[in-house]
Ligand binder design. Sequence first.
Ligand code: SF4
Length: 492
Amino acid sequence: MNAADLTTSPFDDDKLREECGVFGVYGGQDAAAKAALGLHALQHRGQEAAGIVSFDGKQFYTHRALGHISDNFSSASVIDRLKGYSAVGHTRYSTTGETLLRNVQPLFAELNFGGFAVAHNGNLTNAMKLRRDLIEMGSIFQATSDTEVIIHLMARSSRTRSLEERLVDALMQVEGAYSLICLTKDSLLGVRDPLGVRPLVLGKLGDAFILASETCASDIIGADYVRDIEPGELVVINSEGLRSAKPFKPQKERFCVFEYIYFARPDSVLEGRGVYEARKRIGQELAKEKPVDADLVVPVPDSGVPASIGYAAASGIPFELGIIRNHYVGRTFIEPSDHVRHLGVKLKHNANQAILKGKRVILVDDSIVRGTTSKKIVSMVRDAGAREVHMRIASPPTTHSCYYGVDTPERAQLLAAQHDVEAMARLIGVDSLAFISIDGLYRAMGEAKRDPAQPKFCDACFTGEYPISLTDMEEKQGRGHSKDLFAGLAEI
Ligand code: SF4
């Protein structure tokens, strides 16, 4: 059992998992303490391991460890060792590379211009190919994560170039999704891939600049949100202030729509949209599109709550907490045995019998991945005496895997890839099941509908239309890149 199993809700086990959170600070005092707090706010983006690298004008300091931020960065002795006015931090749930300490980020290397630390949220889709080419040219890799490729490409870039030029040169060769924060002896750099798939925001705290995956991480230290780093933008922060460049060929942005559905914290603001409000609007659209006569709207905690509020408001059906979460189950309470793991659902959540008995219930959840958890929840609600159970899902059916920094099960394990909605309803055991349409999702995001010629978001896990080439996957399959290829993919 890994740390995530111990601390996330058992209802979260059957979810797509965001892979990483990144945080950087330049200026002011106690950079490492701020980074630790920022990472604490980003813990939902990855629970397997975390690290911070700081710089005090003379040398770099590093602490990396498996486990949670609070387990590894709450002692004064650790934070005091991480001296300096600048720091970069990372919390991870691995997309590529095993959970070995050497894969824990920020990765650090001594390059000819000095120390270089990098924290990456996203996933490179041609990293395997680049890695093979680099190894053939003599590069020696220490870790198995895709991010190390960037460091090797920088090391090989022309020595006459500046550090920024070398970073850009490296990034021109990679494909995939990345929001990077890099720390050098002079500067903190932030960069988003040209499509801006993963988030990165800029904040300010006095004279200090903050870069973070989400605004909730700058909020925790009292920093003001300034703006999102734009897709394809590189910012360089140093003693002279902040400088911005757009070194890549401009492309239409394709921000990950799943950030709004599930990944981001509801109190964050991403790309100018409040996540909580976006989730409520999805619930409202869902109610308009997929109404059902019932007595109660009940969220699947915690991720289904904002969409349920929206559904209840739009349908006029009362919102009730029909499933109660116990917030006081300590991590150490659960022993890693199959028996207790099974009990885990009841340890952390219980159906609220007094509310559910004899009622027609609409359960609202954000997504269905394998469907295993949905089945357990439905059975728990029925056991509590619900007369009818209808399920409404605040995303379209998840039919495809993600390759851009999100851990998705094999396509063969995605319930919606294998069954139509009616069959899914039978398997989960509900009286009815319905998902928001892709156009409904876009409407909730403020668009008229999804423009198939130019979709505003990455929505590949719902549509199979991957906006960034999947070189490694194509090579693995030995076929050309097309939507059909992924429609037929059974193994990721
Ligand atoms: S495939 Fe889905 S989860 Fe992955 S980046 Fe695109 S929208 Fe987000």
